[in-house]
Design a protein around this ligand. Structure first.
Ligand code: PEP
Ligand code: MG
Length: 589
């Protein structure tokens, strides 16, 4: 630590945790600023050359992005590299290019000025759209436009790729290509003034496995290159000039975390059995086929939820039946002989399909709108392509199919009629599939929970999506941070609903799992199991902590906990009971 910073005052800044871990080091401030664009009139006889200069800059930019994409694919993986497809598409956008040329022909101003004007209009229009995903597309256009302008003006690329020493990068904003160009061996951590958990830059940071904190407002104005900071990616804190006491405390936290993580990983090799001998299937939630390795690494007993919409979100267009078949087959084979639950499309809500306003028109209330099974039952051609692909994959492993956002028995029946049509079509083609493939429904809408007995007649299994179930039951938008404190998984209404679903399902001999975030929270797991839930599915890195707790508790105690929780009236009180249950069984030191 530099001697002068030791005496400076410690400042603690709260942000949003974006990638776990603790890092301590000196800052490199990176200000993503717009390229300064000179404006001048172009002589008539030089106009053809000017357009040729534009074509050349587009070509150079395309080559630069393709090179970054290659490097990202090599270092981080195929899925992360796909981010740059969106950038390459911007360069092929005929509207953007055509409008630039038209503006140039009309005004005669230099091509940088015309391109900058047109791109700025696009960025403005996208950033005003009331939709996080589309707003982030404004970032893609901005990123590409800056590159094109740099190339037109003959400027060098940014400084992040040549960090001289190990640094914590503190940026006002990072484009995906900025974060991909960061020297991985030199970046200790990443802090961003702006950003949400879903921004592309954060996804890249997470896959680099460096601690990251975003949403720290104006930190770039409060620190300078060379200052010492500590970042706590667990709690989303940035501590500028940390005191000796803080460093000592974090040193202890870090070694505690390491020892505990080590213990968890050891326990994770053991079977998922409670002290009184009850086995529970602990499974993985996956979004990408490549994550099979992660599910395997953490000993998941299958995939309890494969969110297929990411196949669509990562692609510039809707994938064909064959493309989907390839992905689902790889999943089934990669996990065999373990089961995989492939969930049909859950687009809409907070996951609209970019660039398809015809399929997903703007809605005032997207979470209650044209989402998931509602979309599929209307766009049956898209739905059938997916159902056939899943059926075909069922010949290559233990595939189970699950419908999201089912609201009642009629909707389930309509989906099943379409599924039967697909089976007939495949039979006519002579295509192999598992005729007995299990079909299940998510219970994530209160009306489905209330009619569990009716749905059970046409289901082989249920999976409770607590993320949505809680938002609809308590009327709390799951993405709205203003009311996030009211999103209470231990609300008595939630617990009673879970009990009702489990009891009704079991009465009909239908097994129930939970695949919402509640399933990966060790504090809440005993309550879920005590209520009678049969299996849990979660993000793979959460499996060790859940299994550790499972192996330290008895099912008899969990049932007692659930019975007591059902008598209590306050969410906080129930949570405190769950926490005490967990603490009594898990020793951190
Ligand atoms: C849920 O709602 O709990 C769930 C698992 O589905 P998603 O988070 O994809 O909506
Ligand atoms: Mg859901």
């Amino acid at each position: 630590m530099s001697s002068d910073s030791r005496h400076q005052q410690e400042i603690v800044v709260q942000g949003i945790s974006a990638s776990q871990g603790i890092a301590y080091g000196t800052v490199f401030v990176y200000l993503q600023s717009d390229v300064e664009v000179p404006s001048y009139q172009v002589d008539l006889e030089k106009r053809i050359e000017e357009v040729a200069r534009f074509d050349q800059a587009l070509l150079t930019t395309r080559q630069q992005i393709a090179k970054i994409q290659d490097e990202v694919e090599k270092n981080l993986g195929k899925a992360e590299a796909l981010i740059f497809d969106a950038h390459l598409l911007v360069l092929e956008d005929q509207a953007l290019i055509g409008e630039t040329i038209r503006e140039f022909e009309k005004s005669g101003r230099n091509i940088e000025t015309c391109f900058n004007n047109v791109a700025s209009r696009y960025i403005q229009a996208f950033s005003e759209i009331d939709d996080e995903y589309l707003r982030e597309r404004a970032g893609d256009i901005r990123d590409v436009a800056q590159r094109v302008l740099q190339n037109l003006l003959g400027q060098a690329e940014n400084s992040l790729s040549k960090l001289a020493e190990k640094r914590i990068v503190v940026a006002n904003d990072l484009s995906p290509s900025d974060s991909a160009s960061i020297d991985r061996s030199a970046a200790l951590g990443i802090v961003m003034d702006s950003g949400s958990k879903t921004s592309h830059a954060v996804i890249v940071a997470r896959s680099m496995k460096v601690p990251a904190v975003v949403g720290v407002r104006d930190l770039t104005k409060r620190v300078k290159t060379g200052d010492w900071v500590l970042i706590d990616g667990y709690d989303g804190l940035v501590i500028v000039n940390p005191s000796e006491q803080t460093l000592f405390r974090y040193g202890k936290i870090q070694s505690q975390k390491k020892t505990f993580e080590h213990r968890l990983l050891e326990a994770n090799r053991q079977p998922a059995v409670t002290l009184d001998g009850v086995s529970i299937s602990l499974q993985a939630n996956l979004e990408k086929v490549e994550e099979i390795a992660l599910a395997r690494e953490y000993f998941a007993q299958g995939v309890g939820l494969f969110r297929t919409e990411y196949l669509y979100l990562n692609s510039a267009r809707i994938p064909t039946e064959q493309e989907q078949f390839v992905a689902y087959k790889a999943l089934a084979e990669g996990m065999a002989p373990l089961p995989v639950v492939i969930r049909t499309l859950d687009l809409g809500g907070d996951k609209p399909l970019a660039g398809n306003p015809d399929l997903f028109p703007k809605e005032d209330n997207p979470f209650m709108g044209f989402r998931a099974i509602r979309f599929c039952l209307e766009h049956t051609a898209i739905f059938k392509d997916q159902l056939r692909a899943i059926l075909m994959a069922s010949a290559h492993g233990r595939v189970r199919l699950m419908y999201p956002m089912i609201s009642g028995a009629d909707e389930l029946a309509r989906a099943n009629v379409i599924l039967e049509e697909c089976k007939l079509e495949l039979r006519a083609r002579g295509q192999a599939f598992d005729a007995d493939m299990d079909v299940g429904a998510m219970i994530e809408i209160p009306s489905a929970a209330v009619t569990t007995d009716l749905l059970a007649r046409s289901c082989d299994f249920f999976s409770i999506g607590t993320n949505d179930l809680i938002q609809y039951l308590l009327a709390i938008d799951r993405g709205n941070d203003r009311i996030a404190h009211l999103y209470e998984p231990t609300h008595p209404a939630v617990i009673r609903t879970l009990k009702h679903v489990v009891d009704e399902a079991h009465r009909a001999k239908v097994p129930v799992s939970v695949c919402g975030e509640m399933a990966g929270d060790p504090v809440l797991v005993p309550l879920l199991l005590g209520l009678g839930v049969d299996a849990l599915s979660m993000t793979p890195p959460l499996l060790p902590a859940v299994k550790y707790l499972l192996r330290a508790m008895t099912m008899a105690d969990a049932r007692e906990l659930a019975a007591e929780a059902l008598t209590l009236s306050s969410a906080q009180e129930i949570y405190a009971k769950c926490e005490a249950f967990c603490r009594a069984r898990v020793k951190l030191d």
